[in-house]
Ligand binder design. Sequence first.
Ligand code: ATP
Ligand code: MG
Length: 440
Amino acid sequence: MIRKFLRKVFSRKPSAFESNAKLSIIPYKRHGIRRNQITACALKIVTTLQQTEFSAYIVGGAVRDLLLGLTPKDFDVATNATPEQVRHIFRRSRIIGRRFRLAHVMCGAETVEVSTFRGHSPDDDDDDHALIQLTDQHGRLLHDNVFGSQEEDAVRRDFTVNALFYDPAKEEILDYLNGYEDIKAKKMRIIGNPVQRFREDPVRMLRAVRLASKLNMQIEEETAKPIGDLAPLLQNVPPSRLFDEMLKLLMSGHALACVVELRARGLHHGLLPMLDVILEQPLGERFITIALKNTDERIRQDKPVSPGFLFAILLWHEVLSAWDSLQAAGEKPLPALFKAMDKILSIQHKKLAIPRRFDAIIQEIWVMQPRFEARSGRKPFRLISHPRFRAAYDFMLLRCESGELNMELGEWWKTFLSADNEEREKCCSTKHRPRKARKT
Ligand code: ATP
Ligand code: MG
C-alpha cells in the first residue's frame, strides 16, 4: 500500500494539463463583476460554506456569461466540501447523480448545483487497472467521482472560458488556465490535449459548437482540428445524453447557426442521420432554415417552443419522402402516412433517444397536416377544436412558406381564423381548387 503510494508520488508523469495551470488572480477593477450580480441563493450558499471553513466559489458558465455581459441561466457553486457535508449544512438540499455526484441546494424557487472539486484525469494515473475501469475502449470517461484540489477541478473542466472561479467575498476571479484572456479574445480553447479530452467525453465537441454560437466565439484552431476525425465517437455516447445535449442546442436561440456548424464539422451524422439528404433538396433546406430561424426568434423573445415541434420539423422531410414512396407503391394516403411516421421515428430512436413523451406531439402535428387541405363543411371547425391545433397550424404555415404547399392554403387558414362565425361558414361553403402538386 505505502510502496504503491510512494511509487505514485515519485513516478507520476506530468499530465497533459499540469504544465499549463498557473494561478492568476484577477481583481474587481479588471473584471468588473460585483457580488450583487450573483443571485441571493448562490451568494448565501457560498457565504455559508466559507463561514463553515470551506472554500467555495461561483464557477463555470455563470462567471463566463457575466464577463461577456450576458445573463447567466443559472449559478453553479464549486467547493471543497463533499456532497455529504453540503447536505449536512443546508437543510433544503439533496444529493443527486450517479456518474457525477453533487448536491442540489434549494432556496425559495431557486436550486443551485453545488459540486465538490473534482480531480484525477485518467492520464494522471499510473495504474493501468484503474485506467481501464475509468474509461471505455475509446477513452470515454465512465466515472468522474474522484475529489481533488481546486486546481485539478479547473483542469478537468472542458474549455478554459468555463474554468474560472469567482469569489464574491473578495470579488476576485481565480484563473488557472488563462480563461480570462481567452474570453476577451473570444476563443473557445479546450483544456489539455484536444484528442484526449474529446475521447474522454465526445459530447464536448457538441458543447464546443453550441457554446461558440451562443457566445459568438471562435473554436480555437488546435481545439477544432481533431473534431472531424473524432466525430464518429458520438456513436458511443448514450442516446439519452445526446438527446439532452441536442435539445440544449436546438433551444439555445442559435439553432440554425448550430445545425449549419454541426454539419460543416461532420458532427450531425449520429444525431440526425438524414440531415445531409434533407438539406441537399432545396425544399428540405428551405423548410429547415425557415423553421429554425423562426424557432430562434421565438426563443429570443421568450416565447415557448416545444421540443416535440422542433423534432417534428427536423424529421418532416424524411417522413414526406417515406410517405411518397409508400403511396407510389400503392398504399392509401392515410395508412401510408402512419407507416412512414413509424418508420422514421423508430430509426431516429436508435440514434437519439427522443423520449416517448414527445412522440405523441410529434405524431399529432404530422397526422393533422393532411386535414388542413379539407376546407369544406364542418371539417375546418373540427380541426380548430383539436388541442394541438395551434402547433399543427404553425407547422402548416412553415410548409407554405418553404414552398412545399401553395401559399393560398395558408392565407385561407389565416382568414378563417381571424373571421367571426358567420364569415367562417362562408369560407367553408366555397369550393377550392386542388392544391398545386408538391415538387421535391
Ligand atoms: P450553459 O449553462 O450556458 O449551457 P455551461 O458551461 O454552464 O453552459 P453546464 O452544462 O451548466 O454548461 O456546465 C457547467 C460547467 O461544468 C461548465 O462551465 C464546465 O466548466 C463544466 N462542464 C460541463 N460539461 C462538461 C464536460 N462535458 N466536460 C468537462 N466539463 C464540463
Ligand atoms: Mg450552466
